[in-house]
Write a protein that binds this ligand. Structure first.
Ligand SMILES: Nc1ncnc2c1ncn2[C@@H]1O[C@H](COP(=O)(O)OP(=O)(O)OP(=O)(O)O)[C@@H](O)[C@H]1O
Ligand code: SF4
Ligand SMILES: [Mg+2]
Length: 327
């Protein structure tokens, strides 16, 4: 694997934080790569480090390790060069558009702003693009929304505006951190379909963060599963759903919400003990919750090793042995 073959190559990325409980590594030796035009889903339960990983890729938090984006080593870029990459080449959509949208700016001004800053367009030039952008993200009668403020829009419409802002400068990579979690199921499906269409049209790469393995099943080319700051299983989506070697991944699979489920279910069959980053157990970090844990698991940390299939990685001493078709 070389930096030139991929749009994004992340090697050994680690974030060190000082907290009241002591030093923690919410992202710990994470490596992966992403090809142009493809989607990588990053999946894990709450607190596993997904958002922190995104922040580290965006240069919003200091991290050790290497990141190559579009052939450039981002560790060697100045703060202003990194700012340019963030607004222009990498677009970002977050879970709650209200917190990312400016409450006192109109929809049109918020979409024009990145085009003015990063592409040097005038207000007038930007305005002509806003209508087509709003149209492409599925906003009906876009001319009537130009002067709206975020609070005047529904949650689904706000998320479409946030996507329009992220796409304004035609980024090569879109980082979508739980972009549909706050929305109802029908709107979730519409937003994911929208992202998939735009991806095809623009050959854009996407990192899709979700705690729901079900959301990524029909959407992502590859899946990386995070637990306690680490990638613990990674494969193409089809292979991962077929093999699913990690007990943790199986618990995430079993937790995919089904219509008959009550809301806000925890991981079924797994004790609800989210990892404490300041006091991680020796050996496998999942051992205190794992139904398959053995003595070795409590002593030695399993490496993220390649299966006989070089595109399948998992970190487990006693992987689930009998693969079942999961889709
Ligand atoms: N500013 C901070 N200071 C200290 N610890 C933090 C900070 N931000 C995050 N953390 C810790 O880092 C860990 C990873 O957090 P992160 O937000 O990346 O999780 P996540 O996987 O995105 O969770 P969620 O699904 O709830 O969004 C958590 O244990 C969290 O408590
Ligand atoms: S290494 Fe052991 S504790 Fe960790 S996931 Fe595998 S079986 Fe469970
Ligand atoms: Mg998060």
């Amino acid at each position: 694997m070389t930096a030139c073959d991929h749009l994004l190559v992340v090697e050994d990325l680690t974030v060190h934080l000082q907290t009241e409980q002591g030093p923690i590594r919410p992202v710990d030796a994470v490596s992966f790569s992403l090809e142009t035009g493809t989607t990588l889903a990053i999946v894990g339960e709450s607190g596993s480090g997904k958002s922190m990983l995104c922040r580290a890729i965006l240069g919003l938090v200091t991290a050790n390790g290497n990141i190559h984006f579009d052939g450039r080593d981002t560790g060697r870029l100045s703060a202003s060069e990194m700012n340019r990459i963030r607004g222009r080449d990498i677009g970002v959509v977050l879970q709650d558009p209200l917190s990312s949208l400016n409450p006192v700016m109109t929809v049109a001004d918020q979409i024009i702003e990145p085009m003015r800053i990063h592409l040097g367009l005038s207000q007038w030039e930007g305005m002509s693009r806003v209508l087509s952008l709003l149209h492409s993200v599925g906003i009906p009668r876009p001319e009537e929304r130009l002067t709206c403020y975020p609070h005047q829009l529904s949650g689904g419409m706000r998320q479409r505006v946030a996507i329009a802002i992220a796409l304004a400068c035609e980024p090569k990579l879109l980082i979508a951190d739980e972009p549909t979690t706050a929305l109802d199921v029908t709107i979730q499906a519409e937003i994911l379909a929208l992202l998939a269409r735009i991806q095809r049209e623009r050959n854009m790469a996407i990192i899709l963060v979700s705690h729901d393995l079900g959301v990524v099943a029909g959407f992502a080319d590859n899946v990386a599963v995070m637990y306690a700051g680490r990638i613990v299983e990674q494969a193409s989506t089809a292979l991962l759903f077929k093999e699913m070697r990690m007990p943790y991944t199986r618990a995430l699979f079993d937790a995919i919400p089904r219509i008959e489920d009550p809301p806000h279910r925890r991981l079924p069959n797994i004790p609800d003990l989210p990892p404490n980053f300041a006091a991680l157990p020796p050996g496998c970090r999942f051992a205190p919750r794992c139904p398959r844990a053995g003595e070795r698991c409590r002593k030695e940390e399993p490496p993220l090793a390649c299966d006989e299939n070089a595109n399948y990685r998992y970190a487990c001493w006693f992987p689930c042995e009998q693969p079942e078709a999961r889709l």
